[in-house]
Design a binder for this molecule. Structure first.
Ligand code: PLP
Length: 407
């Protein structure tokens, strides 16, 4: 019976939805905390959290109340008008990022839009011979033509050439950084941990050196905190852990816990670059999205979820390393943004096995597992993750054996 429903939905999906995504792993119906249920009533432990979006998990009372109350009050006004929640969220973002008195915030509706604003900021710093914008190979900054031009992945860009000119992708290495940054560079843009690449840490000293070189050459340091931001890595923003102050950060994903929003926060003098008429968005910063963002940040702060992210992250990293599995070559990332490197290209197989067992994890590439659970996870969820992940790993061995038996 349930199979009939499933296959019908899959067929309808294929017939109605643009073919841009792989067939869905499941049709989800509802969620609570760190759990989701599919249309057949199967329960999953959600250790992907909508890809680092569901900061408070699913159906958190603070989220539900913020959406419902503000929707019943004032959802949208044009940018000819302002609202208290918009102003309050901008002020909160300035405070928690340390953007300072000169700091400014512009809202959009997604990560890509935050990166579009970042791209414009970088372009505005192009003067005279200063024309080059540097990003990293393997990076991910979004799918719009502008943000895709920043993204350092030829496979994603190939079909859409010519891209927006002026962007160079350099190796994420200190040598490449030293060689590339001079007085012709307008901006250096990177993720403090490369999320889509499989949660890959930058080389030791990279972020600090990028700050020194950009300061020396009057280039902007723009940090894409879309996946790493709002508490996930154990501090409000990951850049704090590298002892630098950027010129701007892009924020999105977890900011409103599942309600669409994005923001660019500028620091210091960089705040004077984007001027009246330079940028805007119909929905960006509307009272509904900013109310939810404010409520989510408020809950992260008052419930101590940043500290929890740091501690649970350590706990999960230790647990994964402690499995001593021959399939695992590395455990990466910070806080609750965790990459698990595999010795063989079997990440998709492993994530499918986990899904079968009722655990949602993600394989951004063949050699990496990414987990990004809600910041609310506690002992129960971490223990359950440990059991299910170990079982999924064990299933790799049995499928190895059966493959061997058949060959
Ligand atoms: C997800 C992501 C983006 C793009 O965000 P969208 O909301 O999908 O447009 C950009 N940069 C990073 C680091 C991301 O993780």
């Amino acid at each position: 019976m349930s199979e009939t429903i499933d296959s019908t939905l899959d067929e309808r999906f294929a017939d109605a939805m643009m073919g841009t995504f792989a067939p869905p792993l499941a049709f989800l119906d509802h969620g609570e905390g760190a759990y989701v249920w599919d249309v057949d009533g199967k329960r999953y432990l959600d250790f992907l959290g909508g890809i680092a979006v569901n900061s408070l998990g699913h159906a958190h009372p603070v989220f539900v109340e913020a959406v419902s109350e503000q929707a019943a009050k004032l959802a949208h006004v044009s940018n000819y008008f302002a609202s208290r929640p918009q102003l309050a969220l901008a002020e909160t973002l300035k405070r928690i990022s340390g953007a300072g008195d000169e700091g400014r915030v512009i809202f959009g509706n997604s990560g890509a839009e935050a990166m579009e604003a970042a791209f414009k900021l970088a372009r505005l710093n192009c003067t005279g011979r200063r024309t080059r914008i540097l990003t990293l190979k393997g990076s991910f900054h979004g799918r719009t033509m502008g943000s895709l031009s920043l993204t350092g992945q030829p496979a994603l860009q190939k079909a859409f050439a010519p891209l927006v000119p002026g962007v160079e992708h350099i190796d994420p290495s200190l040598e490449a950084l030293e060689a590339a940054v001079d007085e012709t560079v307008a901006a250096v843009i990177f993720e403090p941990i490369q999320g889509e690449a499989g949660v890959v840490d930058l080389p030791e000293g990279f972020v600090a050196r990028a700050r020194e070189l950009t300061t020396t050459h009057a280039a902007l340091l723009i940090i894409d905190e879309i996946q790493t931001g709002v508490g996930r890595t154990g501090t409000w923003f990951a850049f704090e852990q590298f002892g630098v102050t950027p010129d701007a950060i892009a924020v999105a994903k977890g900011l409103a816990g599942g309600f669409p929003i994005g923001a660019l926060v500028t620091f210091g003098e960089a705040s004077a670059l984007l001027q009246r008429g330079h940028h805007g968005s119909t929905f960006g910063g509307n009272p509904l999205a900013t109310t939810v963002g404010g409520a989510v940040l408020g809950e992260i702060e008052s419930a101590g979820l940043i500290g929890n992210a740091g501690r649970r992250g350590e706990q999960i990293r230790a647990l994964v390393a402690g499995l001593g599995s021959p399939h695992i070559s590395a455990v990466r990332g910070r806080g609750l943004l965790i990459g698990i490197g595999l010795t063989e290209p079997r990440a998709k197989e492993l994530s499918s096995a986990a899904l079968e067992l009722g655990l949602i994890i993600n394989a951004p590439n063949d050699h990496s597992i990414r987990i990004a659970p809600p910041l609310i996870v506690g002992d129960t969820e971490v223990d359950e993750f440990g059991r299910l992940f170990a079982a999924a790993l064990a299933s790799l061995d049995s499928s190895n054996d059966s493959a061997g038996a058949h060959s």
